[in-house]
Design a protein around this ligand. Structure first.
Ligand code: ASP
Ligand code: MG
Length: 436
């Protein structure tokens, strides 16, 4: 059970998490928790210990509200020790060669403190729990600030550390996001890394389910700001979830759940504010629901680029030359379509566009269109269902579409429209595919 920063934002949120964990205590849960919301940002921004005063007070206030006097004082002591250590680290921070390592040691306190507090709260609410230092479980390389776990070591350490607790009915509580090198130096897995911790620990222990508790009810059939009647999707395949991740269903990054996918462990996205709802279950393909279209996702603020060149005809090396330009300017390309003499593609980030266009013009004629949006119809069932494209286009026949592509996985159907008409397109498609 992984709880994000908003799920432990304050005393009331901790209380709620304790209730959710207590309700599942018979299933031998392991709890992974993020830092209290905003704490990682504050720790990263801190240059002086004084600037963290508010952060420490928030922890203390939560502890005083949640714990008995003696336990609260113990925790405050813990916070004071953390503050002292952070003060020393902040002084060391300017040393350039070790800067990232020091940064990780500082930022790790967010998760150490939240997990210590949560373990105490669980104990006081009658759920036997113990904080486990995640650095004893997640073993990584020394790529500070974005360390990669060494899976074999991590699996064996996690099993060794956590199984004894599970066997005796104690709930282990770990901070997400943090790890340590083989020699014990603190590392972190990159921003938002707690989900990754949860997936790794779940895989190491062959969990029956990995639950990601957040503040939304799973993944929705469309963006609710555009389609108010959007519903929670009950089941998604791992690949469907991966397609949707690009469109801001950022609850689950594909890389994050890789360890779960490799072990075929289902991942459930649950809402801490509505724990009785079942959320969305992301699992192996065989469990997908019969509905052909699962979601209509979209993304605005996209730029499309078209490169046309007769030189492409029958030539080799052209695509490589073209994509090298984007690589050189560190710009991510999303949707790509090609014909014999032209390539069209979409970009989220057009910051380096002027330089890119200049270099592309050596290869052919370049046309840029800003203010575009990508719409993506996703569903495992698209694979074998004829007529979906026809249905999509007839639904929005008065809206111009470009960059039409069916993903290689054939579970998505993607195209670009003018930004000004994307909401309308999404609403009409949602109506067509979901209202009857
Ligand atoms: N606390 C970390 C962050 O804010 C990790 C996480 O929340 O998943 O990035
Ligand atoms: Mg987070």
């Amino acid at each position: 059970m992984k709880f994000g920063g908003t799920s432990v934002a304050d005393a009331a949120a901790f209380e709620n998490v304790a209730r959710i964990v207590a309700a599942q205590r018979n299933a031998s849960p392991v709890v992974v928790v993020s830092a209290m919301s905003g704490v990682t940002d504050s720790l990263l921004a801190a240059t002086t210990i004084a600037s963290l005063e508010g952060t420490f007070r928030r922890h203390e206030a939560a502890a005083r509200e949640l714990l008995t006097h003696a336990k609260a004082e113990e925790f405050v002591e813990h916070v004071n020790n953390a503050a002292q250590r952070i003060a020393q680290l902040l002084e060391a921070l300017s040393a350039e060669p070790t800067r990232k390592a020091t940064q990780d040691s500082i930022v790790a306190f967010g998760e150490t403190l939240s997990s210590a507090l949560l373990a105490e709260v669980l104990n006081e609410r009658g759920v036997a729990a113990r904080q486990v230092d995640a650095r004893r479980c997640i073993i990584t390389n020394d790529d500070y600030t974005c360390a990669a776990p060494l899976m074999a070591e991590t699996f064996s350490h996690s099993q060794q550390e956590l199984r004894p607790f599970l066997e005796t009915g104690v709930v282990p509580v770990l901070g997400g996001f943090i790890g340590a090198t083989l020699s014990g130096a603190t590392t972190t897995l990159g921003r938002g890394g707690s989900d990754y911790t949860a997936a790794i620990i779940g895989a190491a222990l062959s969990a029956s389910e990995i639950q990601i508790w957040t503040d939304v009810t799973g993944v929705l059939t469309a963006d609710p700001r555009v389609v108010p009647e959007a519903q929670t999707i009950e089941r998604l395949s791992y690949s469907e979830a991966a397609e949707l991740a690009y469109f801001g269903a950022k609850v689950l990054h594909p890389k994050t759940i890789q360890p779960a996918i490799e072990s075929s462990i289902p991942v459930r996205i649950c809402n801490s504010r509505a724990p009785e709802e079942r959320g969305t279950l992301v699992g192996p393909e065989t469990e997908t629901s019969p509905r052909t279209v699962k979601a209509i996702a979209h993304k605005s603020g996209v730029t499309t680029v078209q490169i046309t060149s007769a030189r492409m005809l029958g030539a080799y090396g052209f695509l490589r030359a073209l994509f090298e330009v984007f690589e050189k300017h560190r710009t991510v390309v999303d949707v790509v379509t090609t014909s014999e003499v032209s390539v069209s593609l979409s970009l989220d980030d057009a910051e380096r566009l002027p330089e890119i266009v200049q270099e592309l013009e050596v290869l052919g004629t370049v046309r840029v269109e800003k203010g575009r949006a990508i719409v993506c119809v996703v569903g495992e069932g698209l694979r074998g269902t004829p007529g979906i494209a026809g249905k999509v286009f007839s639904t929005i026949s008065d809206i111009n579409v470009s960059l039409i592509s069916q993903g290689a996985s054939s579970i998505n159907f993607t195209f670009a429209v003018e930004e000004a008409r994307v909401n309308e397109a999404v609403r009409r498609l949602h109506e067509e595919f979901f209202s009857h």
